[in-house]
Design a binder for this molecule. Structure first.
Ligand SMILES: Cc1ncc(COP(=O)(O)O)c(C=O)c1O
Length: 414
């Protein structure tokens, strides 16, 4: 029977299934010796094998993984890192925390780094290009790799959205000197907070390993917060969401029973004390359980994306392009339409929780742009898209009937 209070939601534990909930609950009451790291090591080995990378190092977030990569590169203070606007402050802050300067490049029509604008933004101080495969749509890697090669720039791939995506038959995360992935709550696979850094470079690998060893683990309380997330979401918050659950979520976060995806400090450019840290073993167990299901998840995402394509084409929404040779994984199915914000609000009132990544060039919307180094007017596409973007869910808990409800809403909403 359909529960009328349970939302159709893009967020709020999107990938979690009953086995993940049971696992998280059992982990809450299991003892693990602090020195134990067997699950973390297994995750690293399995991940490296999957990607065909030589080294993988697990951290408590993509943010920590990026911090490790940048520290291992030992770049001169003030060196410039080129990255696209239309991103999250979580991609920008680690650059600033490393003493480096983010330089924003505009995005192309598919929300990825524009190779044209990249060429214009390279300066004497440029050292790194960070390419983001936004929403799981692979960026134009031939062009970007060539620009990096010609300008002697290091390439880092931000694969927070794109685990499993391919470009010309090759997995994203294998094109640069290093890459990182996220296992955050809204990502391709989730352990609420988690991430991994990968590289084929022996020396860089050794330095990332040393960094990982040095930073240690987050506190047990912090880990417990993450383990409660799937349990409370599934059993209490989501089943009563439209009446009680949404208020409970705020209360649980207020009293630190649950964590927030982004700490308020990050919106002001500051680092919370749980970054950078390694991935606790208990979260590695959750990540491994999700990792086993990755192919199934991605197949599902593609099927739902295909349904959206077929039903929305020819209408008044701008759909993602599908360049040949790119296998997308559609973390979110992004469309553009006038009055997007109004439409998302209307949908929320109907308990359809659609997404708004990214409402501002450096999201979330209440991030202080001056602390990110973003200059208004520097990335016109990103600014224009931010006003029109709507994300539709593709995750495993969105069946065809939920997707059709969303489609009906979009078609009827004027
Ligand atoms: C584009 C992008 N890069 C990097 C990150 C950082 O990943 P994490 O949340 O695991 O720190 C995120 C997630 O918030 C992201 O959306």
């Amino acid at each position: 029977m359909v529960n009328p209070f349970r939302p159709i939601s893009i967020s709020l534990s999107p990938n979690v299934q009953s086995d993940d909930v049971k696992l998280a609950f059992s982990l809450l009451f299991q003892r693990v010796r602090p020195s134990e790291n067997s699950e973390g090591l297994t995750l690293q080995t399995e991940f490296a094998k999957y990607l065909g990378a030589k080294h993988a190092y697990a951290f408590n977030s993509g943010r920590s993984a990026l911090m490790a990569i940048l520290a291992a590169m030992e770049l001169e203070n003030g060196s410039e890192v080129l990255l696209q606007a239309f991103t999250c402050n979580a991609a920008v802050n680690p650059i600033r925390w490393a003493g480096l300067e983010p330089v924003f490049v505009d995005c192309d029509q598919n929300y990825n780094l524009s190779a044209e604008d990249l060429k214009k933004k390279i300066t004497e101080k440029s050292r790194v290009v960070m390419v983001q495969h936004t929403f799981g749509l692979p960026a134009d890697m031939d062009e970007i790799v060539e620009i990096c090669r010609r300008n002697n720039l290091i390439l880092i791939e931000d694969c927070a959205h794109s685990l499993g995506a391919e470009y010309c038959g090759r997995k994203v995360g294998t094109f640069g000197q290093a890459a990182f992935f996220s296992f955050g709550r809204d990502k391709m696979i989730s352990c609420v907070y988690g991430g991994i850094a990968v590289t084929n470079d022996e020396r860089l690998g050794q330095k990332i390993a040393a960094y990982q060893e040095k930073i240690g683990y987050p506190t047990k309380d912090w880990t417990r917060q993450q383990l409660w997330h799937p349990v409370l979401m599934d059993k209490i918050i989501l089943p009563s969401y439209s009446i009680l659950g949404k208020h409970l979520l705020v209360l649980f976060q207020w009293f630190h029973v649950l964590s927030k995806a982004i700490h308020w400090k990050e919106k002001r450019g500051l680092a919370p004390d749980y970054f950078p840290k390694r991935l606790p073993d208990k979260l590695a167990v959750l990540a491994l359980n999700q990792f086993k299901k990755l192919e199934k998840f991605n197949e599902h995402r593609r099927k739902i994306a295909e349904l959206y394509y077929n039903k929305l084409k020819g209408g008044d929404c701008i759909l993602p392009a599908r360049p040949s040779g790119r296998k997308a994984v559609y973390l979110r199915f992004a469309i553009r339409r006038d009055c997007a914000a109004k439409m998302i609000k209307k949908a929320w009132r109907k308990n359809l929780l659609l997404g708004d990544w990214y409402r501002t060039p450096v999201d979330p919307f209440d991030t202080l742009p001056e602390t990110m180094g973003y200059k208004k007017g520097s990335c016109p596409n990103a600014e224009a898209f931010a006003g029109k973007i709507i994300n539709l869910p593709t995750h495993i808990n969105i069946g065809e009937s939920e997707a059709r409800k969303i489609l009906t809403f979009i078609k009827q909403c004027k």
